[in-house]
Design a protein around this ligand. Structure first.
Ligand SMILES: [Mn+2]
Length: 213
C-alpha cells in the first residue's frame, strides 16, 4: 500500500518526504525507491540501531526495518551510516549484523566528542551516491523531543539535529522520512512536533541542493 503510493509519486518524478508514524514505515518507502534507483545509501539518525532480527517472533516491527531492507537488497550496507546510537542494548551480539555487513555506526559519544562537523564528513564519505535519510526523533534528547515512544536520555540537542540535517546538503538525496513522533506524549508547546517540522524544513532545503530524481 505505502509502497504503491510512494511508487506512483516517484514515477511522477517527485522525491518523497514522509512523516511517521513508527519506524516500520521506512521499509515500504525504500522498496519503492530502490525499484527506481537500485540499492541506496542510507543515513539513519536514531537512538536505536533498528537492525534487530525480530521482536516477539515478528519479523516486521519498528526495530527491524533496516535488517529487512538489507536482506531485500534495498540498501547497500557499505553505504549505510547510523548516527546518534546509544544504549541500553540487548546484548553483545546486537552488532554482529553490523560487522557481517560492514554497516558504519557513529554512537552518541563519538558525535559529542568529535563534533557535528566530523559526523557530517563521515556521512558524506559513507553515503555517497543516491541516498535516503531516515530521522528517528528519538535520536534527539527527550529534553528537546519528549513526544516519542522509546525516549533515550543523553541524545542530540535540537541545534545539533538541525546542523546534522543541514549538513546533508550536497548528497544525492532521493527522499527521506521523519518518524516516531507521538503527539500524545508531547510536552508543553508541542516541542517535539515543532522540532520535527523544522527538521523537515531543513531536509527539504538540503534536498533542494541537488536535482536528483
Ligand atoms: Mn528507530
Amino acid at each position: 500500500m505505502v509502497d504503491e503510493r510512494i511508487g506512483s509519486l516517484v514515477d511522477a518524478g517527485a522525491r518523497p518526504i514522509v512523516i511517521g508514524g513508527d519506524h516500520s514505515i521506512s521499509l515500504p518507502i525504500l522498496r519503492a525507491l530502490a525499484r527506481r534507483h537500485g540499492p541506496l545509501g542510507l543515513v539513519q539518525f536514531d537512538a536505536h540501531i533498528d537492525t534487530w532480527d525480530e521482536y516477539f517472533g515478528g519479523k516486521y516491527f519498528h526495530g527491524t526495518p533496516f535488517r529487512r531492507a538489507i536482506e531485500e537488497g534495498l540498501i547497500d550496507p557499505k553505504r549505510f551510516i547510523q548516527v546518534g546510537i546509544r544504549g541500553p542494548m540487548y546484548g553483545e551480539d546486537d552488532f554482529d549484523f553490523h560487522r557481517e555487513h560492514g554497516i558504519t555506526m557513529l554512537d552518541i559519544e563519538q558525535v559529542k566528542a568529535r563534533g557535528v562537523g566530523w559526523a557530517i564528513g563521515e556521512v558524506h564519505r559513507i553515503a555517497a551516491g543516491h541516498a535516503y535519510m531516515t530521522f528517528d526523533i528519538d535520536s534527539v534528547d527527550p529534553a528537546f523531543a519528549p513526544g516519542t515512544g522509546t525516549p533515550e536520555v543523553g541524545g542530540l540537542t535540537s541545534h545539533e539535529a538541525q546542523r546534522l540535517v543541514r549538513g546533508l546538503a550536497g548528497l544525492s538525496l532521493v527522499g527521506g522520512d521523519i518518524v516516531e513522533v507521538a503527539p500524545p506524549f508531547d510536552g508543553p508547546g508541542q516541542i517535539t512536533a515543532l522540532l520535527a517540522a523544522n527538521l523537515m524544513f531543513e531536509f527539504l532545503c538540503a534536498m533542494a541542493t541537488t536535482g536528483t530524481r
